[in-house]
Design a protein around this ligand. Structure first.
Ligand code: ZN
Length: 437
């Protein structure tokens, strides 16, 4: 398939940490899953396209990467609202999650992917259970994702690692390499030293990324110090895990020495500002982390603590929170924010040609309308991109060279069927959970 996106304003994405460049009247040529030209329309080589997308009034930019979520939790949207994290998990989430089935997880996955595509997310990083169903949802929808079976281990049996490794063997690199697999120990508190050692060994053998929750709450940090004598980042270092590429979700409670350790070890910290606020976990010191050279990506976390998968809300909040917290409006630039939502996440997924609109890169591209009243008159596009644009402005979402969403229409999902199945599976799920009470 040869696609030409023309007559569009374009940003190739964040190529330096300082500025977001824009090209007026741009054109993009795509052959199969790769971008073969991206630049000024007047400089474009001759190109015969099967499909031409007129991007008039829009901005073409790299697709968003939601780097920490639990997609099937869409079925648990808004339950246990306004509870503290420990009570929210134990009283609201776990009693329902116990009753998840393959069918429920698949229905929740499709619903999540439908929402993500609508808001311009082209790839996501997930940790959950019944992961074959999530992988099938990614495979069938055309989405891109890194998926991991969430490993818990309280008794040193390490039995939960077995499905995690089997899942990696089955799916890593599948669907034209749209699916990548991580090993995903849930957190320091939900795993043993023994299982972490085994995860390190398996990750080495299969060359996999490790995805883990780190210091989400003050309690997580304090309990780790009590149990292990060190904070979670130093504990992960002791277990050798930081020798692997690591995606560390949350990192709300990190001190200077831990930030420096993560910077030195090239860990990608995934900031989930809304979830951290809603569960009253705190505000991660992102400005300080960026200053120390940490890699920062953005995520929504699961819908149950957000309560949606709209990355534009995270984009706006990330710099806002740091400005308010440090009383310094110069911290966290639009370029740093858009990089966190695009290129930093894309490279943490393990691709070296994802996250920019550039020749040779994978065609994960979105078009965002910029002719709305809330963006007019486009005085400062960098600022508009972070603070003015809404998720609903996304007009087109392309993953791996395939248009998956365009002006309200999905090409691989039937929205009415997805919603009906999600509602039916949610009803069955809550019925099973209530029957147990
Ligand atoms: Zn999480």
């Amino acid at each position: 398939m040869r696609i030409c996106i023309t007559n569009v304003l374009m940003t190739p994405g964040v190529t330096t940490q300082k500025d977001i460049p824009f090209i007026q009247d741009a054109q993009i040529h795509i052959v199969d899953h790769l971008i073969v030209y991206a630049g000024a329309r007047t400089d474009a080589p001759a190109f015969e396209a099967d499909e031409v997308i007129d991007g008039h009034g829009g901005l073409a930019m790299p697709g968003l990467c939601n780097m920490h979520t639990h997609t099937p939790m869409t079925l648990l949207r808004s339950i246990g609202s306004d509870l503290r994290l420990e009570r929210w998990l134990n009283d609201a989430i776990f009693p329902v999650e116990r009753h998840l089935t393959d069918e429920a997880v698949r229905a929740g996955t499709d619903l999540g992917i439908m929402e993500m595509l609508r808001f311009g997310t082209t790839s996501f990083n997930d940790m959950y259970m019944h992961m074959d169903m999530v992988a099938e949802g990614v495979r069938d929808s055309g989405m891109r994702a890194m998926l991991g079976h969430g490993v818990v281990d309280f008794d040193e049996s390490c039995t939960d690692l077995i499905p995690g490794i089997a899942f990696a063997k089955k799916w890593h690199g599948s669907s034209n390499d749209r699916i990548r697999v991580s090993l995903a120990p849930h957190s320091e508190g939900a795993t043993t030293e023994k299982v972490l050692r085994q995860i390190k060994q398996a990750a080495d053998e299969m060359d996999l990324t490790v995805h883990i929750h780190v210091s989400e709450t003050k309690l997580d940090r304090n309990e780790c110090i009590e149990r292990r004598g060190v904070t979670p980042p130093h504990y992960l270092e002791q277990q050798g895990l930081l020798e692997r590429p690591v995606l560390a979700a949350h990192c709300v409670w990190l001190e200077e020495d831990e930030i420096e350790l993560f910077a030195k070890r090239n860990v990608t910290i995934v900031h989930n500002p809304i979830s951290n606020l809603k569960l009253a976990s705190g505000i991660a010191p992102i400005a300080r982390m960026l200053e120390s050279g940490c890699k920062i990506a953005l995520g929504t976390d699961g819908v149950a603590s957000n309560n949606n998968l709209n990355m534009w809300e995270e984009i706006k909040l990330m710099p806002m929170l740091q400005k308010g917290n440090t009383l310094d409006p110069t911290v966290v630039s639009p370029a740093q924010t858009i990089a966190a939502a695009t290129s930093v996440g894309a490279s943490a997924l393990g691709y070296d040609n994802l996250g920019l609109i550039k020749e040779g890169y994978l065609a994960d591209i979105i078009i965002v309308a910029i002719d709305g009243a809330h963006i007019c008159p486009c005085n400062d596009l960098q600022s508009d991109l972070v603070y003015s644009i809404q998720g609903s402005d996304v007009q087109m979402t392309m993953v791996d060279g395939k248009v998956l969403y365009h002006e309200g229409k999905y090409t691989t999902l039937d929205p009415k069927a997805v919603i009906a199945r999600a509602k039916a599976e949610a009803a069955l799920l809550f019925e099973r959970a209530n029957n147990e009470k």
